[in-house]
Design a protein around this ligand. Structure first.
Ligand SMILES: Nc1ncnc2c1ncn2[C@@H]1O[C@H](COP(=O)(O)OP(=O)(O)OP(=O)(O)O)[C@@H](O)[C@H]1O
Length: 355
């Protein structure tokens, strides 16, 4: 990639005999917002700490702005960091917190005050410079932590689950705010989260991590719609998995129970009779027989959850429970549990998962 700003090359990290990060490669563009997404313990924080300089990789390198920083200390890397817990200094005002790093770096007072003022404006807390952290809400404290991390104009911003201690409403509004500030400053950012919705809604690209590896790197659209592995498919979004057997590999026909399902593409390299898994997102399945869709089966509605704009319906098909989403329509009553229902989907929406 020509405009790569941050580059992670073949990083491997073990603590004793425990391998925590392996064969990790990533190029991040200047100004790009990239998330590390994965379950607890998959190595996200360790990889972030290697970028920050708090951990040294067992092998491999990190480059920032073309310079090898692998052996540099955190304070030599010009990086800003925000953590999950509000790590503000409790005995300092908001303004003093934001200016702390600038003061340590020896910035003249007038210049420092001007910069703190700019940062307060950026996080929309102009009136709060004289307050102490305990006088702020959790969301406001994290905005101050963000301002403090960015006051020194770092080259890279590293965010380690900065929203996870906040309540749901604040979390969603801060997502948008962080992204807006990040865009305005054009700062290259890595964001660690185990929350797929956060990663999907905020990122230019997502690295889905599993067992210390980057399972897939892609845009939110690619990760969600074209998951490269079974793990990615199952971890990001809700997924229905239907187990079947290949009926005709060339024509792409799979037998699920007593039904023959067209997958819409040849099953290259598969043999008749072989086990195969078909996966479908809830929004790819319709109740009834939609146009251009392949009717698959008839089942019984087990559960109807009204989520507002969307209604999630669970249909029992033999032993399987299939989740599907339909949009709420004020003019028509929602489906009812206990009723029989047929489901259908388009072959194009079927994801084929490796065994
Ligand atoms: N200093 C250390 N010594 C030994 N093992 C460690 C050390 N730091 C992390 N680990 C182990 O490395 C693995 C990955 O940890 P890491 O914190 O990177 O995961 P994570 O994906 O960020 O998880 P979480 O979302 O729970 O924070 C874990 O199994 C953890 O126990």
């Amino acid at each position: 990639m020509s405009d790569t700003f941050l580059s992670i090359r073949q990083v491997h990290k073990a603590f004793g005999t425990t391998v925590v990060v392996q064969e990790f490669n990533l190029d991040v563009r200047q100004g790009e917002f990239v998330s590390f997404l994965g379950p607890s313990g998959c190595g996200k924080t360790t990889m972030l700490r290697i970028v920050a300089g708090f951990e040294e990789p067992s092998s491999g390198s990190v480059f920032i702005g073309g310079k090898d920083v692998t052996r540099l200390k955190p304070n030599q890397r010009n990086i800003g960091m925000v953590f999950q817990a509000y790590a503000l200094f409790p005995n300092m005002t908001v303004a003093q917190n934001i200016g702390f790093g600038l003061k340590v770096a020896g910035m003249p007072k007038a210049q420092m005050q001007a910069r703190v003022g700019e940062m307060l404006e950026l996080i929309k807390l102009q009136e709060f410079g004289g307050r102490y952290p305990y006088q702020l809400s959790g969301g406001q404290q994290q905005r101050v932590a963000l301002a403090r991390a960015m006051a020194g104009k770092p080259q890279v911003l590293l965010l380690d689950e900065p929203l996870s201690a906040l309540d749901a409403k604040v979390r969603v509004s801060l997502r948008e705010e962080i992204r807006a500030i990040q865009k305005e400053l054009g700062i290259t950012t890595i964001f660690v989260t185990h929350d797929q919705e956060e990663a999907l809604s905020m990122s230019d690209r997502i690295v889905v991590m599993y067992n210390g590896r980057a399972e897939q790197v892609g845009t939110p659209f690619e990760i969600y719609n074209k998951p490269a592995t079974r793990f990615v498919a199952g971890f990001v979004g809700t997924l229905n998995v239907l187990e079947g057997k290949v009926a005709d590999a060339e024509k792409g026909i799979v037998r699920i129970g007593s039904e023959e399902v067209l997958t819409g593409r040849p099953l290259t390299g598969r043999k008749a009779g072989e086990q195969i898994s078909l996966a479908l997102r809830p929004e790819a399945i319709s109740l009834g027989h939609g146009q251009g869709r392949v009717a698959t089966a008839t089942g019984v509605i087990r559960e109807v959850s009204f989520l507002g704009s969307v209604i999630r319906v669970r249909v029992a098909l033999g032993d399987d429970l299939v989740s599907l989403d339909t949009f709420n329509n004020p003019a028509s009553p929602p489906p009812v549990a206990g009723e029989k229902a047929s489901i259908s989907f388009s072959p194009d929406d079927v994801l084929l998962l490796d065994a």
